[in-house]
Design a binder for this molecule. Structure first.
Ligand code: MN
Length: 289
């Protein structure tokens, strides 16, 4: 068995732009050495937005050296980037954006969601890229709910949506640069479930709704459970009906140099990223939809 090593403190909420009230459940400075290849996870909402005319969100900003994975549970998010990709994703959909050598993008509520108002609930995960892929061309995968297999857990314990990786032979649609599992779990109260996971892999359980337990330790909304890399399974129990992300991956074990939206391997590469951004080498986002 993989053993529980820590439960992160309950995160408090801060705003990203004017669209995303987020709790930071995996943090680069605090966690990224232990959570490789996962760097960061922000969970936004659930938060009720009143109808409005101007979309709320985050304007043009860069990324280099990793991937941003946006998983929407409620509401709609629109994205547009300098590699020419754009799209709107809604409940159940996932946007897997590989920044790699660099993109500028913007992330807003969709115009339709803005006008209608409603509840926003979504997560954004940052997945690191292996050193050899950090300067590859950007890539964009719009993964719709219907493309994501949902597998029932034994004994009515809930279900697993396989966004990436492999759950008991069912493969997720996301193409990834290193071996990882991103599983979106629905767990039913008082059911216990065991997951088989690779020996040596990072393993994290992020609680987004409800409450789960590992042994006699309780993990509430806004907390992440970290497990040992040694061992090949975990067991968790839902203390309430819960929504959780199970993230596991083969650690990259490469140095991390981080500054804001750039995650590279060395300070020199970070300086280059900042220079390239400041001198306009990330391209230009055309304005107006
Ligand atoms: Mn971004």
């Amino acid at each position: 068995m993989k053993q529980l090593t820590q439960i992160t403190p309950e995160a408090s909420t801060h705003w990203v732009g004017d669209g995303f009230p987020v709790r930071n459940l995996i943090s680069i400075p605090r966690d990224a050495r232990d959570t490789s290849p996962f760097l960061m996870l922000d969970f936004a909402g659930p938060y009720d937005f009143k109808p409005a005319s101007a979309p709320r969100g985050v304007g043009e900003h860069p990324h280099r050296g990793f991937e941003t994975v946006t998983i929407v549970y409620q509401g709609e998010v629109a994205h547009r980037d300098t590699s020419g990709n754009s799209g709107v994703i809604g409940p159940g959909d996932v946007q897997w954006m590989t920044a790699a050598s660099g993109v500028l993008h913007e992330e807003f509520h969709s115009p339709a969601f803005t006008q209608k108002g409603g509840t926003l609930e979504m997560a954004q995960l940052w997945v690191n890229l292996p050193a050899r892929e950090k300067m590859s061309a950007p890539r964009y995968q719009a993964i719709l709910d219907a493309q994501i297999p949902a597998i029932a857990l034994p004994k009515d314990a809930g279900s697993v949506r396989v966004i990436a990786g492999d759950y008991e032979g069912t493969k997720g649609p996301a193409l990834t640069y290193s071996p990882i599992n991103v599983w979106d779990l629905r767990l039913n109260t008082d059911h216990r479930v065991a997951f088989t996971l690779p020996e040596g892999w990072t393993t994290l359980v992020v609680v987004l709704r409800g409450q789960v337990a590992v042994g006699d330790m309780t993990i509430v909304i806004g907390q992440t459970a970290h497990f040992t890399r040694a061992g090949n399974a975990i067991a968790i129990k839902a203390e309430k009906d819960s929504l959780a992300l199970l993230l596991s991956g083969k650690p990259l074990d490469e140095p991390i140099a981080h500054y804001g939206p750039f995650v590279m391997n060395t300070e020199k590469e970070l300086s280059e990223a900042i220079d390239d951004f400041r001198s306009g080498r990330f391209g230009k986002l055309e304005h107006g939809y």
